[in-house]
Design a protein around this ligand. Structure first.
Ligand code: FES
Length: 109
């Protein structure tokens, strides 16, 4: 099936889905721009799909971003953080430790 310019082809096993919350709390902190930046920066990555999501239940630490199937959660993501997440995690398979959601990815020192 052909796709028009800017659209991703269908899903394949191993594809990543990045959910960017677009509910009220996160929207108040720039999440629409975060979503748009993810879309722009992954335009040429066929195995990455960026999706607007409803509330992800982490409203006080938004904008919230969830990467599946990795089950990696990022908090307080801003547009200028996106290129690092794309480069290091989505392309380099190494989540960005400093931005992991501490409630979901607790650190033990
Ligand atoms: S509003 Fe974004 S996590 Fe709830």
């Amino acid at each position: 099936m052909s796709t028009s310019k800017g659209q991703k082809s269908e899903n394949h096993p191993g594809d990543r889905h990045v959910f960017v919350c677009q509910n009220q709390s996160c929207l108040r902190h720039n999440s629409q721009e975060v979503l748009n930046t993810f879309k722009a920066e992954t335009e040429n990555l066929a195995n990455v799909h960026i999706e607007a999501s409803g509330c992800l239940g982490q409203c006080s630490t938004g904008p919230t971003v969830r990467v599946m199937p990795d089950e990696i959660w990022y908090c307080r993501v801003q547009p200028n953080n996106v290129s690092l997440i794309v480069r290091q995690h989505l392309q380099g398979n190494q989540p960005v430790d400093d931005m992991l959601h501490p409630r979901i990815h607790p650190r033990f020192y």
